[in-house]
Ligand binder design. Structure first.
Ligand code: ADP
Ligand code: MG
Length: 698
């Protein structure tokens, strides 16, 4: 490949300096190699052209060839649509556009011959094709039919006639210019083991597919390779770390754990809680350092698992800490844990930014002497002034609010890194977890404590408030409490705050007989705490709030969660908010209030919420809708998601396969020192030239 990466595209026939500059600036393509790895985003099957007479309402994407007979527009404003009659000699079909009306009419003229591509849909007895793709019939590239690749190009490129077709022509020239045999980038043994195509054949078929089958195999090879190197890189570091770092061995399950389990536990553990505790027990007993992600939906009982794990540490002479992303959440954890821990004769403390100096001094002393067994807190725990006698176990709640660097600082609080349990209520799909935290073991609590009723989720348009208020009133009359949440997003903070305050006024006016409290992130901690407390104590019936209540707050009597402007929230955020209700024995409701105008994606988000309570299904849907780069937490993770062809959301099986094979390679040759594996180290350093130390992730 080295030669190909040296060849400047401007010397390629049909490119030249002008186009080369466009390719440089718009797509970051400089060399022959860059271009060769610029893959089509889709293919159109030109092997068959249908006739209009053959069309039924249940076909996938099909190709037609014919002429536009006439245009017609209907409706006004945003309801305006354009339709066209398209004929091919066997019949006519209607084409429809809801956007880009002027552009379409200017560009595609009645009477000229076009190739059309789209999906026929049935409307009653009529069939139409919405937003079809239209190309002028071009005898040059269409002559041989087959699968035609489509390349992404930018507006600027298009305006210089560098469209997908032009790229296709350049690709043809490139293919003539590259050497007959393109050097392999995978070792022969891996190719054989994975049964994938050779690189040269794959590159050829991805740009010039000989058949659907060969295209599929070409894509498979290229996706496999991409994911293989991603996994090889992660596994190489994590295995090195495992060899390098031992963990504190917790030899016994001791008195404290047993006493808690037998005498203090107020209910029976769920099967899932027991299973996860066994997994943790095995880890901390192994002599290796545990690094485990605990996934479980809100209310699934993670906190209890965390507590019992911390008791294992205490039984073995270590201290434990629990870190939460906000003061409110830390305080709530502390309030939950204290009554469970103090009867065991253990000292537990809370440390946050607002802990008073005198108290803080006492806590610091207790941590140094080892008298404080469990400390709950916020980022304050990370500070260098916090010194432990013997920290052995760390619980991190809602991990993706902590950066990698912050987490690694906790590791340095003892001469070996403590065991780490990361809890998250936003389940990360397995495929993503594997990529983000390749070295993290994953435990899942997939069972809710008995007696919980699933939350019923309802979608309401914001012009039907009277009904909404009536149902809120009915719930309060039955003794329940209600959350009303408003979005608060940084850029529009002032407007949002006004929305929230207006909302508070309106609600207070609509419900004069009830007490309404208000909580938002701009309040002073003490003020916020006081307002929150009014709701927790039951004095306030309605809490108007921003997403500050997203994590943690636990008020079992609250049975209704109204989310205003629900279109402005992401799926996982909506799910988190919904998790605030449904904690008691009563039927709970989540009402998503939106305007009428919803984008396709928003509609899908709302539908997903209404359909399911399953956090995993929701995070899968989130991943599909947003792509992994946008998932919460991936930004700080230090892994760039610039995959060229593989898709973390869709290629989970290939990812797993690639990971298994990468693991086998490392089993055989941990340092990749064998001559036949030279290509691996070369590719790794080429792909991951910006060295990320994966061992520090989580
Ligand atoms: P999470 O942290 O996963 O959101 P919590 O640990 O806060 O969930 O648990 C939610 C509620 O369920 C708490 O009130 C807790 O006491 C209770 N709980 C936890 N485990 C059980 C169980 N096995 N049986 C009954 N209730 C449980
Ligand atoms: Mg919790």
């Amino acid at each position: 490949m080295s030669e190909l990466s040296m060849n400047d595209i401007k010397f390629l026939p049909g490119v030249g300096p002008k186009r080369a500059e466009l390719l440089n600036k718009e797509l970051g393509i400089y060399s022959y190699e860059d271009l060769l790895y610029y893959f089509p985003y889709k293919y159109i099957d030109r092997t068959h052209t249908y006739t209009i007479r053959e069309i039924t309402g249940t076909m996938p994407y099909i190709q037609l060839r014919g002429k536009i007979v006439s245009y017609d527009t209907q409706g006004e404003g945003h309801k305006r649509r354009l339709s066209a009659l398209f004929a091919d000699g066997t019949g006519t079909i209607e084409l429809v556009w809801f956007k880009g009306i002027k552009y379409i009419q200017d560009r595609y003229k009645p009477g000229r011959e076009y190739t059309l591509f789209g999906r026929p849909t049935m409307f009653g007895s009529r069939i139409n094709i919405a937003h079809p793709e239209i190309d002028p019939v071009d005898t040059d590239t269409d002559a041989d039919g087959g699968l035609q690749p489509y390349y992404t190009t930018t507006e600027k490129m298009k305006s210089h006639f560098l469209n997908s077709k032009a790229i296709q022509k350049i690709m043809t020239a490139l293919w003539k210019a590259v050497p007959r045999s393109i050097p392999e980038t995978l070792p022969a043994a891996v190719i054989q083991r994975a049964r994938v195509m050779f690189l040269g054949e794959a590159l050829r078929n991805v740009h010039f597919p000989q058949s659907t089958d060969l295209l599929r195999r070409a894509q498979m090879r290229l996706k496999f390779e991409e994911l293989f190197y991603l996994q090889l890189n992660i596994l190489r570091y994590s295995r090195q770390r495992m060899r390098r770092l031992g963990g504190f061995p917790f030899k016994t399950i001791g008195e404290v754990f047993n006493r808690f389990y037998n005498e203090c536990l107020p209910f029976a553990l769920t099967g899932a809680q027991k299973r996860v505790l066994k997994e943790i027990r095995a880890d901390v007993g192994s002599g290796r350092q545990m690094n485990r992600l605990l996934q479980g939906d809100v209310g699934s009982g993670k906190t209890l698992v965390a507590l019992m794990s911390m008791l294992m540490a205490i039984d073995n002479g270590y201290q434990a800490c629990m870190m939460a992303p906000t003061e409110i959440l830390a305080a709530q954890h502390y309030e939950t844990l204290r009554p469970l821990v103090e009867p065991l004769g253990l000292r537990i403390e809370l440390l946050t930014g607002s802990t008073r100096k005198r108290e803080r001094d006492s806590i610091d002393a207790g941590l140094r002497s080892g008298e404080v067994k469990i400390i709950v807190g916020t980022h304050a725990l990370i500070e260098d002034t916090v010194v432990f006698a013997n920290l052995g176990f760390v619980v991190i709640d809602e991990q993706h609010r902590f950066g990698v660097e912050q987490r690694s600082r906790l590791w340095r609080k003892n001469d070996r890194p403590p065991h780490v349990l990361v809890m998250t209520a936003t389940p990360i799909p397995r495929t993503l977890a594997m990529t983000l935290y390749g070295d993290l073991d994953v435990s899942v609590i997939d069972e809710l404590p008995p007696g919980r009723k699933p939350v019923t989720t309802i979608h309401r348009y914001d012009n039907r408030r009277a009904e909404l208020y009536a149902s809120i009133r009915r719930q309060i009359e039955q003794g329940r409490q209600v959350y009303i949440v408003y979005p608060l997003i940084q850029e529009s903070e002032k407007i949002d705050l006004k929305n929230l305050e207006d909302g508070y006024k309106t609600i207070s006016e609509v419900f004069p007989e009830y007490t309404v409290c208000m909580v938002h992130g701009r309040m002073k901690p003490a003020e916020k705490e006081a307002e929150m407390q009014r709701f927790v104590s039951g004095e306030a019936h309605i809490m108007v709030a921003t997403t500050v209540i997203e994590v943690g707050v636990n008020v079992p009597n609250a049975s209704v969660m109204v989310i205003e402007n629900a279109e402005r929230f992401g799926l996982s955020q909506l799910h988190q908010l919904r998790g605030r209700v449904g904690r008691g024995a009563d039927q709970s409701y989540c009402v998503l209030v939106t305007s009428h105008k919803l984008s396709e994606d928003t509609r899908k988000r709302i539908e997903t919420m209404v359909r399911t309570n399953d956090g995993f299904e929701i995070s899968e849907a989130d991943l599909q809708l947003r792509g992994p780069g946008d998932m919460e937490g991936t930004q700080q993770s230090g892994i760039a998601f610039n995959l060229r062809i593989a898709n973390i959301a869709k290629d989970g099986q290939i990812l797993q396969f690639a990971r298994d094979i990468a693991g086998e390679v490392l089993d055989d040759d941990p340092d990749l020192a064998k001559p036949e594996n030279y290509v691996l180290t070369r590719q790794l350093s080429k792909i991951f030239h910006k060295k990320v130390d994966f061992s520090l992730i989580s």
